[in-house]
Structure formats: structure tokens, C-alpha cells
Design a protein around this ligand. Structure first.
Ligand code: ZN
Length: 264
């Protein structure tokens, strides 16, 4: 009789232990999966990095079919109680994620935006901005090319910067048209207070050894435009390229060297 009771107690004990173990395993799995999905959301391939007071670089990535990730950068500039967004992220979903990060991390509304030429890495998120009533400025040619390439079309064009070497102020930022270069419509951004030059794809990254994608380039005009930029903006403290690491004025010198070699 006693052994039967003991046996029942032991069986009950193991049954409870089994149930507890199952609960623990279940809970562990829930925690594990929620951590994985949270980190996937946090790394939605968009990053914001502060480079000066009221100035941030945003970086998003394009993943090629072979798995290689290629970065693309734009600028976020505080102007009063809002920000100006220079270039969208590389993709519409990435731009939505960028807008969310600006809302939660910078905590200022996007008042206006500008795209620096009609290629996907600059312009892909245009419709995401327009859907929120944010004006998207560009060179007049960008509207034309975006239409031709089947890309979303900016709704505002800066008619006063049609000729090479021209400049217009948009709030606290200066928008420069150096003339045809990486693309016929490529623009650059100058922040006079911070002495920051955003060169977009017309300025190559630190240590670059090639001119990148030159499918829509005019090398001769690009070289002339860069000579003008190197003279006018030689006080630049920080130079931000469209792809890769930012640096100092040496990025402009290096791009000039690559252009001179290529123009020969
Ligand atoms: Zn481009």
C-alpha cells in the first residue's frame, strides 16, 4: 500500500516536472523568436548618424542578388522647427523606415526635401514623401529623366539653376548645380554655417579608385564642374559622398584626380 502511494507521488512529481519543462521551453522559444523579429525590424537597412549639430547622414542599402550590400547616403538638415531631407533612402519601404526613424529619433517634422538626380538611390522614395504632403524639389531635368526611366517624379523643380555653376538657397541650405557630371541633372548641397558639402554621386568616397556608375555621365563636364566646386567650396570641413565613407576636402581632390585620369 505504502509503495503504491510512493509510486503515485513519484509519478505526479515527474508529470509536474515535465509540464514545467514544457512551459520553460515554450517561453524560451517565444523570447527567442520575438528577439529575432525585433532585431530584424531594428536593422531595416536604414541608419541615421549625426555628423554635426543639426546635421545627420542617412544610409540605406541595396542588396544585389549575390548578397553584396551596397550603401547609399543622403543628408538630414535641421532648419528651424523642422528638417530638410536631402535624397530619399534606396527604395520606397526604406524611405518609409527612414521617415519613421526621423520621427522617433530626431523628433522633428520633414518640412521639405530635395533629390539630387534621377537615379533610384536618390529618388526611389519620392512617392512616400509626396503621400505625406512633403514637397520634393529637384533640378528641372530630374523630372524629365524620372518620367523617362519610370521612376517617381519630384513635384517641384528649381527653375533658377538650369545653367552650370548656378546656386539657389532653399531655407538654410544652398543647392548647387555644377553642370552635367555623374548624371546630367546632379546637384550638390552646401551648408554655409557648418561648412559641409554633400557631393552626392558626383563626389567619390574616401579611397575610391574608380568613378563608379558612369552610364549617364559626362566626364569632361564633370571635370569642369569639380574644378569649380574645388575653388568655390575649398573651405569645406566635411565632404559627404553619395556612396561610402565621408571625409574632408581630400574627397574632392581624389575625385578630380580620377576625372583627370579618365578624361585623358
Ligand atoms: Zn546616380
Amino acid at each position: 500500500m505504502l509503495s503504491a502511494v510512493l509510486c503515485a507521488i513519484i509519478l505526479l512529481f515527474f508529470e509536474q516536472l515535465r509540464k514545467s519543462m514544457r512551459r520553460i521551453i515554450h517561453l524560451t522559444l517565444i523570447i527567442l523568436f520575438s528577439t529575432i523579429s525585433m532585431s530584424a525590424f531594428a536593422s531595416a537597412d536604414v541608419e541615421i548618424k549625426k555628423i554635426a549639430s543639426g546635421v545627420w547622414v542617412h544610409t540605406s542599402y541595396y542588396t544585389y542578388p549575390n548578397g553584396v550590400k551596397f550603401p547609399s547616403s543622403g543628408l538630414i538638415v535641421q532648419d528651424g522647427e523642422g528638417v530638410v531631407l536631402v535624397d530619399t533612402a534606396w527604395g520606397e519601404l526604406a524611405t518609409l523606415e527612414l521617415m519613421e526613424q526621423i520621427r522617433t529619433k530626431i523628433k522633428l517634422p520633414i518640412k521639405t526635401s530635395i533629390v539630387t538626380h534621377a537615379h533610384g538611390d536618390r529618388i526611389a522614395g519620392t512617392d512616400a514623401l509626396k503621400s505625406k504632403g512633403i514637397p520634393v524639389y529637384s533640378h528641372p531635368l530630374t523630372q524629365k529623366f524620372a518620367t523617362e526611366y519610370g521612376l517617381p517624379v519630384p513635384d517641384q523643380s528649381l527653375e533658377s539653376i538650369i545653367s552650370p555653376g548656378s546656386m539657389v538657397s532653399l531655407g538654410k541650405i544652398d543647392v548647387i548645380y555644377p553642370g552635367p557630371g555623374h548624371a546630367m541633372d546632379n546637384l550638390m548641397i552646401w551648408l554655409p554655417q557648418e561648412k559641409i558639402l554633400f557631393g552626392g554621386c558626383a563626389v567619390r568616397a574616401k579611397g575610391a579608385t574608380s568613378l563608379g556608375n558612369t552610364a549617364h555621365s559626362d566626364i569632361g563636364s564633370w571635370l569642369q564642374g569639380m574644378k569649380h566646386i574645388s575653388q568655390e567650396y575649398n573651405s569645406a570641413q566635411i565632404v559627404v559622398p553619395g556612396h561610402g565613407e565621408l571625409g574632408d576636402f581630400s574627397l574632392i581632390s581624389n575625385t578630380l584626380m580620377l576625372l583627370s585620369e579618365s578624361a585623358q
